[in-house]
Write a protein that binds this ligand. Sequence first.
Ligand SMILES: Nc1ncnc2c1ncn2[C@@H]1O[C@H](COP(=O)(O)OP(=O)(O)O)[C@@H](O)[C@H]1O
Ligand SMILES: [Mg+2]
Length: 343
Amino acid sequence: MAKSDNAFVRVKNLRKYFRTGTQIPLLKENPPVRAVEKVSFDVIKGETLGVVGESGCGKSTVARLLMQLIKPDAGEIIIDGLAVDQRGGISIRDMRHRMQMVFQDSYATLNPRMPIEESIAFGPISNGKKALEAIQESKEVMDQVGLDPNLYLHRYPHELSGGQRQRVNIARALAMGPEVIILDEAVSALDKSVEAQVLNLLSDLKSELKLTYIFISHDLNVVKYISDKVMVMYLGEVVEYGTVEDVYNSPKHPYTAALLASQPSMDPSRKLKSVPITGDPPNPINPPLGCKFHTRCPMVNDMCRTVNPNLQSTDKVHHRSACHLSSNITVAKTLNAEESLNS
Ligand SMILES: Nc1ncnc2c1ncn2[C@@H]1O[C@H](COP(=O)(O)OP(=O)(O)O)[C@@H](O)[C@H]1O
Ligand SMILES: [Mg+2]
């Protein structure tokens, strides 16, 4: 991947296989789940990188690897020029100061027996901040996320709505003073109107606090709205990366084109005649040889069945696609005509 000098987060060749089932010596091990493979990307300071792809394509695994909640099998994670490792780079503790994560399930991440004030102050206090100071600051971050501290500080998670709980989770992340926030399906469980409010809040916080986001979602519309760059994943690999404009207006990978074409449209003249991509992705335990998308691709040829394409520049240096046929502009044209990928 070409270097962008102001990359705040840089990921190189990340790999994670999950081993499941028997670990008994002499018995044959189950083949691993290849959750993430050769994943490389940069997140530029002050930008939002959107990460999209069908369920199970490895988005959350990338997030958990970045936060060091799980260990990568291979690859490098570099934060602000410092490698996250034990050998003189940035420690996991310092990294978590600078990078925080907000999950989808706001209820599960809050302690039901802890009032909101304590939930927010918990992280800073565990990091050595004095309790009084942490409580004072928790009032400030409540204000920042649009919850009146006087009304909400002493409430418990069950007394809040889903949107309010998600605001509390954002406040908990902010209380650590991060520079990067990873949002993993952070608005996906909310009603559409509440989702819009939380998205607006995230945009405001980003400009006020000069934050950098990694925004993971299966919802292409939401990602388009909030992101500067987009990364499309398929079966654990990055298949396309570029600016929102380039990826949404001229997708170079047939999978991206298919995802975009499957977006429901309110305009009756654009109604889909047929679903452009059908079925589930193949099993990541036994992914297809060659290009992993070839079993569902309308443009498949012999090379696709044997050679796994690398992510490489298309007609624009910073717009990258992992497809042998990316230079073939009919990818976008075919799908804009909303022809079926599978027919
Ligand atoms: N702890 C785990 N053990 C085994 N397999 C896992 C584990 N976590 C995730 N996986 C598998 O790894 C793949 C990627 O999962 P995930 O990163 O959660 O995808 P996404 O967030 O895009 O839906 C899936 O096939 C999933 O079943
Ligand atoms: Mg996920």
